[in-house]
Ligand binder design. Structure first.
Ligand code: GLA
Length: 383
């Protein structure tokens, strides 16, 4: 827990609203492997982390609600009736979207105040957005005793992202953020939400995240476009999703789709298989094979699904040159954000300082390094 974040939101809340709030922590996530498979009803392998969103929330007698985003030093006031999305890219949409989706389920809430703050950078591919959505859904559920299940809350968060934020995301981020467990990763089947939790202990290896600190502007439209391609191909094959499709099966409609579309579907089918193989490798404690699958995943994302970028590819090249790194790949939606690296503990320092230098020489900008702990999903902070 980030004590500083907790104290800051508590202080700001009491200073501004004069009441003692309920406190919620909602984590971001990493993903070991299984990218762009969730909206294809496939497999993913995420884990909640010890960085995320800290939220203070309480009811108010005022006839409007207030939300303060401390990191942005911004504030909105709004009425609960007739909620509409703000312009694209506004943080307000995460808040209003969740409130709107809760109301759409027939749940009645009255006005409330919120102060929130995060300790993960936006655009790092660590799902600060799902963390924020879940913190709002969870906080409102606590505050108004709405009796929503965790599963209902993650679907509310996801719909907020679809309908207010405008990204047609899958369920991985919200699921991992809500259902994470300490020191464990979740093998999640997005078709039926079946889970298998894996204790993650890589012994002499660590998970190192490297943030390119870039977020390319097309990322959201490109994301939605990828999803549309996958759905189109599933439709042509008369199945619910690419989850049901094998490489041979895909060839039946080869003539009806473009080579690029074919390549993208191939990636999804292969990545799904990789997730299963990766989970087997972990069961066998075979970190070498696990690492190879990570590199293959990146190669697919780079060359077939086309969601990587030069900064991410550069970091993966550097990882490949280092024999103390078993595997690495870009993480999340792509077009920027972080890579995940499985690296020997003793090499973290040297590799980081070397990459820092080279990245700066190459792009004239800085990358950042994070080590994370796998942690518990969205919960109330007891103080
Ligand atoms: C984003 C989305 C997720 C998932 C990943 C790619 O993080 O929010 O639903 O599709 O991209 O794996």
């Amino acid at each position: 827990m980030n004590k500083e974040c907790i104290q800051t939101i508590q202080l700001k809340f009491t200073e501004k609203f004069g009441k003692k709030p309920i406190l919620v922590f909602s984590p971001g996530r990493i993903n070991l492997i299984g990218e762009h498979t969730d909206y294809n009803n496939g497999f993913v392998f995420p884990a909640a982390i010890d960085k995320g969103i800290y939220l203070a929330i309480e009811k108010t007698e005022a006839d409007f609600s207030t939300t303060i985003a401390l990191d942005m030093n911004e504030q909105i006031e709004f009425k609960l009736n007739n909620l509409k999305p703000f312009k694209n890219g506004s943080w307000e949409n995460y808040i209003l979207g969740v409130v709107y989706e809760i109301q759409k389920k027939g749940k009645v809430i009255s006005n409330f105040n919120i102060v929130f703050k995060g300790d993960i950078p936006n655009g790092a591919g660590l799902s600060s957005s799902a963390a924020l959505e879940n913190s709002i859904a969870f906080g409102l559920n606590e505050l108004f005793n709405l009796k929503l299940t965790k599963q209902e809350m993650i679907f509310i968060s996801q719909k907020a992202e679809h309908n207010f934020v405008g990204v047609k995301c899958g369920i991985m981020d919200q699921f991992a953020s809500m259902f994470g467990r300490e020191n464990e990763a979740i093998l999640l089947d997005c078709k039926n939400l079946n889970t298998e939790y894996f204790e993650i202990n890589f012994k002499e290896y660590d998970i190192l995240l490297i943030n390119t600190n870039v977020k390319h502007s097309l990322s959201e439209s490109e994301y939605n476009e990828r999803r549309a391609v996958c759905e189109k191909i599933a439709d042509l094959l008369k199945v619910d999703s690419l989850r049901e499709v094998s490489l041979n099966h895909l060839d039946i409609i080869k003539e009806k789709i473009s080579p690029k579309e074919h390549q993208k579907a191939t990636y999804v089918i292969e990545e799904n298989n990789r997730v299963i193989d990766a989970s087997k490798a972990l069961k066998d404690k075979d970190l070498i094979s696990f690492g190879k699958l990570l590199y293959e995943s990146h190669s697919g994302l780079q060359h077939k699904y086309n969601v990587s970028c030069i900064e991410l590819d550069f970091l993966i090249e550097k990882a490949k040159e280092n024999k103390n790194i078993l595997g690495a790949r870009m993480m999340g939606g792509g077009f920027g954000g972080c890579t995940i690296n499985i690296i020997k503990k003793e090499s973290v320092k040297e590799f980081s300082s070397d990459v820092e230098k080279r990245f700066n020489q190459r792009f004239n900008s800085n990358c950042s390094f994070y080590s994370v702990k796998l942690s518990k999903g969205t919960h109330v902070i007891e103080v």
